[in-house]
Ligand binder design. Sequence first.
Ligand code: FE2
Ligand code: FE2
Length: 474
Amino acid sequence: MSINYNERIPNNVDLGQNKQLQRALEHWQPKYQDWWREMGPVNSDGYDVYLRTAVSVDSKGWAHFDYVKMPDYRWGIFLTPPEQDRLISFGSHKGQAAWNEVPGEYRSTLRRIIVTQGDTEPASVEQQRFLGQNCPSLYDLRNLYQVNVEEGRHLWAMVYLLHAYFGRDGREEGEALLERRSGDPDKPRILGAFNEKTPDWLSFFMFTFLTDRDGKYQLAALAESGFDPLSRSTKFMLTEEAHHLFVGETGIGRIIQRTCEVMKEHKTEDADKLRALGVIDLPALQRYLNFHFSVTLDLYGSEVSSNASSFYSMGLKGRFEETKINDDHRLANVEYPVLEPIGDSLVEKHVNAAMALNERLRDDYIKDCQAGVDRWNKIIEKAGFTTRLRLPHKGFHRRIGTFAESKISPDGRIVSEAEWTHKETEWLPTVADHQYVQAIQGRVTEPGKYANFIAPPARGIDNKPHSFEYVRFN
Ligand SMILES: [Fe+2]
Ligand SMILES: [Fe+2]
């Protein structure tokens, strides 16, 4: 199937018939292009990148591969097709027809939900801006760029909703999404984890494994929304998100595999010796995992939250796989357990399930992360080593919610300030870790070659051979 890359704003929302929306988006598009040039991947405008592009939204049609210059990527607006007679499946409107217009009384709440999701998309592109300069291979560089263009398109998806359904306020929010900057103290991105740095490829893979997975769970909860355009936008975004998680999981898996090969070959697990051999020791990997996991857990918000409860009862944001859950989907008389530090122990409390929706989504997310960590551990086990990676306790290193005031160890004990200070360098990445990981980053651009700290992937993208030229620099 061929693509018309010149079509100004590709879409399946009948943009041609909606002059007002067209004007709004055409006004926004040049500002978006400016933002991409200023904050997107550095020095990449002229590169031909072997990218996957959405052609249509049906299951076969959306993954079309070809060489594309990223500024010409087919940014556009794609919603999954409407489900006939869709009903709202939870909250106080359960059983009513899903909305195709914004319910007036929920307008500002819904706008805030869309803006908060939308803000994360350009933020991650900004965080990853410089990584291309130190790519461990062409294969990885292409994957980075694929993630970047899709996050850009996710911004489009949210801006479309703002423009199409929120009038002038929506247009202003659309502009503001291009004005905030990740990590900028004066105009930061809305959520904490999206203001952290992603200075090296270990951080990038942890980010895509952990923080993009938060994206998956947030999008899945929004895909349940009673506001049908939001549901359909986020459903399509989820199909793209799966690749981001794949990049993260296999990226870390390949680092682990390479480390294990060197441990075997040199019969050593000593961190200093491994560093002298140019690979990343497993304890350092564990510390990076601890850091990225804990900052991502904060994205779910407080364990007990009246906001989350309102979003649910309004029918705006559901639970993960809402329709597969066997309860009344209103939650007035349902309970959910949350942990609370009391004295020197963590005590389980049962609270109203609607108030604990953030915690429930976080727990669903943790299970999904654990499955990935188990797969990483299989690589270590297969290599014959007994070290295992572990997700830290959910209270570890948290800044938001019930654990924020306590010091919790990775194994889930409340510890003294003194123990925390003593152990922090075992639990979180140290200055030396960062320096070392950054020092071994290099730019590998010869087709089929990989940086020393990472193994080649099991197979190529779109079944291409190892030596495939995923990026042409021209
Ligand atoms: Fe995204
Ligand atoms: Fe993503």
